[in-house]
Design a protein around this ligand. Structure first.
Ligand code: TRP
Length: 336
């Protein structure tokens, strides 16, 4: 069976190593595997739920698309589009919102985290965010959704909304397939370089916590050199690594970049000083990331080209989505 894969990232102009190792690299693998049909959206509608700057949004949308392509997503084989340019995402959100209970949205941990203490002031958009995500997935009847840990609860809600629709409007038939989370074997949870208990994040305050996909070789070397470690040497086993999140993070990053396992990395570097691991790590990161960085800046210097790629992707995506949207309206009793 052909898998239909949908995933996306919010546009940001600070994509970092975690986005590459945790998502982009796996998207490329999925594109190259079997006869998968892959759609990768730049989720710009999701990016406005917390207040945003219009100019920054435009640039970040282009930069994110450039990162997808530079990392190896091929716009000829996969769909790359901006979410907002396929209006079905927004339309389906409205239709699904009436079959989504507020109580379920209130339980979303990301909403609670992002709304913070002042939930009264959080936007309706932030609250409805998971419904938009369900619409993204269901609009294309995606069967598999590669997501990180932090999005699993949202995907669970998408499945829930899909079954409510199937029950209410499709007479219990599986009109929308249940989207499965796609957890990649090698997906890596990349942690902050300054605090091994926090995820590496594009929004963390200090730039030293992350490797950006736009950092040059010197910057990468500097950041790994300054990465936090502890008094000991490189652990040689999981047991030696217990309670040492910073050490295990560097080992994990090295393993991911070299496509090996942490065990193998520990066998190679265990017992040595951290400086040895750090030097090898920055060489490896530079070698892997610099072709991507270079390609990204080439793409960013020709904005019309990126805009064209996004337009073409949106045209194809609209075509794929149209029959589903039409079905849904009709099944719900709308005159079309
Ligand atoms: N919410 C996701 C994130 O922040 C991005 C996203 C939006 C997404 N819609 C999606 C991911 C649909 C997978 C499928 O990471």
């Amino acid at each position: 069976m052909t898998k239909r894969i949908f995933s996306g990232m919010q546009p940001t102009n600070r994509l970092q190593l975690g986005n590459y190792l945790g998502a982009l690299r796996n998207w490329v693998k999925l594109q190259d595997e079997g006869d998968n049909q892959c759609l990768y959206g730049v989720m710009d509608l999701h990016a406005i739920t917390n207040g945003h700057d219009p100019k920054a949004l435009t640039e970040a949308t282009r930069e994110t698309a450039a990162a997808y392509i530079a990392a190896g997503v091929d716009p000829k084989r996969s769909y790359i589009m901006a979410q907002s340019s396929v209006s079905g995402h927004a339309e389906l959100t409205w239709l699904l919102s009436s079959m989504t209970q507020m109580g379920k949205l209130e339980r979303m941990t990301q909403f609670k985290d992002k709304a913070g203490k002042n939930a009264e002031r959080a936007s309706l958009g932030l609250f409805a965010y998971p419904v938009l995500m369900a619409a993204d997935i269901l609009l294309y009847k995606a069967t598999h959704v590669p997501v990180g840990e932090d999005q699993k609860q949202h995907l669970e809600l998408s499945r829930d909304v899909a079954s409510v629709f199937n029950e209410k409007y499709a007479g219990g038939k599986e009109y929308f397939p249940m989207p499965e989370p796609y957890i990649m074997g090698t997906a890596t949870r990349v942690m902050s370089l300054r605090d091994g208990t926090q995820k590496m994040s594009k929004s963390a305050e200090s730039d030293m916590t992350r490797i950006n996909l736009t950092d040059d070789a010197d910057m990468i070397a500097k950041k790994f050199k300054k990465a936090k470690t502890d008094q000991g040497n490189v652990p040689a086993s999981d047991k030696e690594g217990e309670g040492r999140p910073e050490a295990m993070n560097l080992i994990g990053i090295y393993a991911a970049l070299s496509d090996t396992t942490s065990e193998q990395v520990m066998a190679e570097f265990g017992g040595q000083q951290f400086s040895a691991l750090k030097t090898a790590l920055s060489d490896l990161a530079v070698a892997q990331l610099s072709p991507i960085t270079t390609r990204m800046s080439e793409l960013m210097s020709d904005k019309a080209e990126i805009d064209n790629i996004l337009k073409a992707g949106a045209d194809k995506a609209r075509e794929l989505a149209a029959p589903t949207l039409d079905d849904v309206y009709k099944m719900m009793g709308f005159l079309r």
